[in-house]
Design a binder for this molecule. Structure first.
Ligand SMILES: [Fe+2]
Ligand SMILES: [Fe+2]
Length: 321
């Protein structure tokens, strides 16, 4: 069964379409899964960001609960964390996959992704659940963020939460031009941006997660208990999906290198075979199980009222055209 068959079988399982009386709550699962599938393929364009969406979603969920929000609000924020960078679909490969530091002009192109995401989701029946995260995760309390330069609590709560988690994950992840920072160093930077780049109170809650040791099992992982591996030939991340078995082959989508998964002390180790992947081998492989689990965990805590809410977690201003 190929990936598309798997997705369509899963998307239709449990959903009972009622053509005469469409019910948003009934269709929430496949609607969310389709958004997450899009976000997943957007992330797969960049060989260095494997697992970023999952990690931001996990951090955001923990931060929301630590800050005292309800299970349903935490579920929405977790979904916002997974979908926040969906607008990167509009950033050209030459910039998204550039191995070196970006020029100012290239960074201006990157800065278009939040509004691109807002426009992509406009009209989607569940867009209100996550639009704050998608559109406003690069805003800052001091007004130095983008795309709108909002200040303080003008930045919606979901966006402030996802913003901290996104920055923390960027700092603790490897990039082509630098190694990922240690947790403590990244938390010190979050602390130093408190009140300016990051929300004052939420910073305290995020630091508390670090003190409790709750961030460690997410840093450098692409799923619960599955550490990221790096391609020894060219450096980007190799994501090993949960259902992979010893002997399975995986491929680096940057240099096409082939790896065989071997049993290791912790999970599986990707060992180079010296071979190269064919175009078919290098297709991004959607992690259907991870998306299924993430959606199921979120939907479990969302009521029909949540799904139909007109303003999920605060006001979202209209973006620039
Ligand atoms: Fe972003
Ligand atoms: Fe991001």
């Amino acid at each position: 069964m190929d990936t598309l068959d798997k997705i369509s079988r899963w998307l239709t399982s449990g959903a009972t379409p009622e053509p005469k009386s469409p019910d948003l709550a009934t269709h929430a699962k496949p609607l969310l899964a389709s958004l997450m599938t899009m976000a997943w393929f957007v992330e797969a364009r960049d060989p260095y960001t494997g697992g970023h969406l999952w990690r931001v979603s996990r951090y955001a969920h923990m931060l929301a609960l630590e800050a005292g929000l309800s299970a349903s609000e935490a579920a929405k924020i977790s979904l916002g964390g997974f979908l926040h960078d969906i607008g990167k679909i509009g950033v050209p490969d030459a910039i998204l996959r550039k191995p070196g530091r970006l020029t100012d002009e290239e960074f201006d192109v990157i800065r278009t992704h939040p509004d691109m995401g807002r426009r992509m989701l406009a009209g989607h029946p569940l867009s209100r659940l996550v639009q704050d995260a998608v559109h406003l995760h690069h805003e800052r309390p001091d007004g130095q963020g983008y795309p709108q330069g909002l200040t303080g609590e003008q930045v919606p709560l979901m966006a402030r939460m996802v913003g901290i988690c996104d920055a923390f994950d960027a700092m603790t992840s490897h990039r082509p031009y630098r190694a990922g920072m240690a947790e403590e160093a990244a938390l010190n930077i979050i602390q130093s941006g408190r009140g300016s780049q990051f929300d004052d109170h939420l910073t305290e809650h995020f630091l508390a997660l670090g003190r409790k040791g709750l961030l460690e099992h997410v840093i450098g992982h692409s799923d619960d208990g599955i550490p990221l591996q790096t391609c020894p030939m060219c450096g980007p991340t190799l994501v090993v999906q949960r259902d992979r078995q010893p002997g399975h082959h995986i491929y680096c989508r940057n240099c096409s290198g082939e790896f065989k998964l071997m049993p290791a002390q912790k999970g599986l180790h990707a060992q180079p075979t010296g071979g190269m992947g064919r175009p078919k081998d290098l297709e991004p492989e959607l992690d259907v199980q991870l998306i299924e689990r993430t959606v199921a965990q979120a939907v479990e805590h969302l009521s029909a009222a949540d799904l139909l809410a007109t303003a999920a977690l605060g006001h979202v201003p209209e973006g620039p055209r």
